[in-house]
Design a protein around this ligand. Structure first.
Ligand code: R1P
Ligand code: URA
Length: 355
């Protein structure tokens, strides 16, 4: 039968189930292990305490394919949630779980990632204890490039484009709108100045094809617990701490190059490492988790840890047959950290209950 959703602001069905994850209060624990794939969720559910005979673990797959498994780990309730890929999916997972859980929550993401620089190497567990930045492709860069090349011919140094009323100048052989300039001041070509009255949102000068957000911190207590447990499981030499970056593409904004698309990302990894010497991991969700935790009015503690699946500096890729064992190691550390973290049961209540 088809559910009926009420309340366009935060849709839930008649039983109080959320729109995308399909769970309701009582089905999700305050301690959540978020993983990228359904198969990883199923694999790590084998680490949970054996359920009583005839009482299987709670499992629900939503119409959108999110799998939630709830059981006990060392006697404490935990949920394992398959999150799929990318920041919008992490947004569903954090917000919809927050809505159906009472009290403070802890969320650990166990993912896979690229290792950006040494000492991080294939198979290591990379912990985002320095927080996360995001890297997003800025489509306006290409829109402005396009409008610039419609109006101006690269290299001819024309000015005062009739159709857009902008000055133009030439930078790296590309036609570039300097800025909208209402008082005759000339905007520079190297990104520093806009003439008085200029509209910088229409201007290519200083604009980059990828935008990098400021760092958002991880929960320090959870990071320390996770590090201790990870080191216990795999040894300190295979655990690396540092900054994470979450990108809005596996390809362009992670600096993967190819000829099918005009991505302008050849220098991206080098620029990131120069600007952030502690950058270790590159993936697609941790930033969203930490950003929402930071905005959760203290009700969510969060951290991300990833198995290094790719070495971006050597181009090596992990043998896939080795991944399960690493997922089990990372999952064990994450579950141990989750159940050891003190949480304040009175800090937040399930918003679905009061909606
Ligand atoms: C890309 O292949 C996916 O792998 C990484 C990225 O963040 C992205 O989701 O993590 P998961 O293995 O957790 O999905
Ligand atoms: N996941 C990513 O997002 N990037 C990688 O390089 C490897 C896994």
């Amino acid at each position: 039968h088809k559910p009926i959703y009420k309340n366009a602001n935060f849709p839930t069905d008649a039983e109080g189930r959320t729109y995308h994850l399909g769970t309701k209060e009582g089905e999700v624990a305050p301690r959540i292990l978020s993983v990228g794939s359904v198969s990883r969720a199923q694999l790590l559910s084998t680490l949970l305490d054996a359920p009583a005979p005839g009482k299987p673990l709670f499992q629900r797959t939503s119409s959108r394919g999110f799998l939630t498994i709830t059981g006990l780990y060392e006697g404490q309730p935990v949920s394992i949630v398959s999150t799929h890929m990318g920041m919008p999916n992490m947004d569903f997972v954090v917000r919809e779980n927050r809505a159906v859980v009472r009290g403070q929550m802890a969320i650990v993401r166990l993912g896979t990632c690229g290792a950006v620089q040494r000492p991080a190497k294939l198979g290591d567990l990379l912990i985002a204890s320095h927080g996360s930045i995001s890297i997003r492709r800025d489509p306006d860069y290409w829109s402005l490039l396009e409008s610039a090349s419609h109006h101006h011919t690269a290299g001819n140094g024309d000015s005062n484009c009739a159709s857009c009323n902008n000055n133009s100048s030439n930078m790296n052989g590309l036609a570039v709108h300097a800025s909208i300039n209402t008082n005759g001041a000339t905007a520079g070509t190297n990104g520093q100045t806009h003439g008085a009255g200029s509209n910088s949102s229409n201007c290519m000068i200083g604009r980059k094809p990828y935008t990098v957000a400021m760092r958002v911190p991880a929960d320090a207590q959870l990071a320390a617990l996770l590090a201790a447990e990870a080191e216990r499981v795999v040894g300190a030499e295979r655990v690396v701490h540092g900054l994470n970056a979450s990108a809005d593409s596996f390809y362009s904004s992670q600096g993967r190059t190819g000829s099918d698309f005009d991505d302008r990302n050849e220098g991206l990894l080098g620029e990131l490492v120069a600007a952030h010497p502690d950058l270790v991991s590159l993936e697609m969700e941790t930033f969203q988790l930490l950003d929402l935790a930071r905005c959760s009015r203290g009700s969510i503690k969060a951290i991300g840890m990833c198995v290094a699946l790719a070495e971006r500096y050597s181009n090596a890729f992990l043998e896939y047959s080795k991944l399960e064992e690493l997922e089990i190691s990372g999952g064990t550390a994450a579950l141990r950290a989750l159940v050891r973290l003190p949480l304040d049961a009175n800090l937040a209540s399930a918003s679905v209950a009061t909606r």
